[in-house]
Ligand binder design. Structure first.
Ligand code: INI
Length: 161
């Protein structure tokens, strides 16, 4: 029996792309801050001069899959993190955006073989989103750890992609 698992501290040479939506940036900015903090404290260089990390801002969550696809297909990154916040309003818009971003992110990972972390909050209220972006916990931290784990796991899997 083989057991494969990722580690969180073997980050040398790991390159990460982050795609983050500006819509609801009160929330997404906090997700990004916690994500960068967690990456930094696990050894990823997050300085502006970093060769390990790039951040691409998009208008909203709907645009995340397109840019995640570009980053994942570039061959430059071993893992891509997506960060967004979709908050329910009075119209069906929420459902369309949620559906497209979730299916789109999953498709990018499948099509490229690059893990894409789904860090898009989908909540009924701004309060619920903020509770997940710093008021209580901050899921940006978790998304960073999941990215490190998946980036590392893909390195140790002995099968070609
Ligand atoms: N984008 C979000 O990231 N979150 C939202 O809550 C949201 N709402 O509610 O409309 C949202 N809309 C913008 C959308 O993602 C696109 O940027 C826009 O439709 C242009 O394509």
């Amino acid at each position: 029996m083989a057991v494969f698992e990722g580690r969180f501290t073997e980050v040398s040479g790991l390159r990460i792309g982050i795609v983050v939506g500006r819509f609801n940036d009160l929330v997404t900015g906090k997700l990004l801050s916690a994500c960068l903090d967690a990456l930094s404290r696990h050894g990823i260089d997050v300085a502006p001069t970093s060769e390990q990390l790039d951040v691409a801002w998009v208008p909203g969550s709907f645009e995340i899959p397109l840019v995640a696809q570009r980053l994942a297909a570039s061959g430059r990154y071993q893992v891509v993190i997506t960060l967004g916040a979709v908050i329910r309003g009075d119209t069906p818009h929420f459902d369309y955006v949620c559906s497209e971003v979730s299916k789109g992110v999953a498709a990018v990972a499948r099509d490229t073989g690059v893990p894409v972390i789904f860090g898009v909050l989908t909540t009924d209220t701004l309060q619920q989103a903020l509770e997940r972006a710093g008021i209580k916990s901050n899921l940006g931290w978790s998304y960073a750890l999941q990215a490190l784990e998946m980036g590392s796991l893909m390195r140790v899997l002995p099968f070609p992609g």
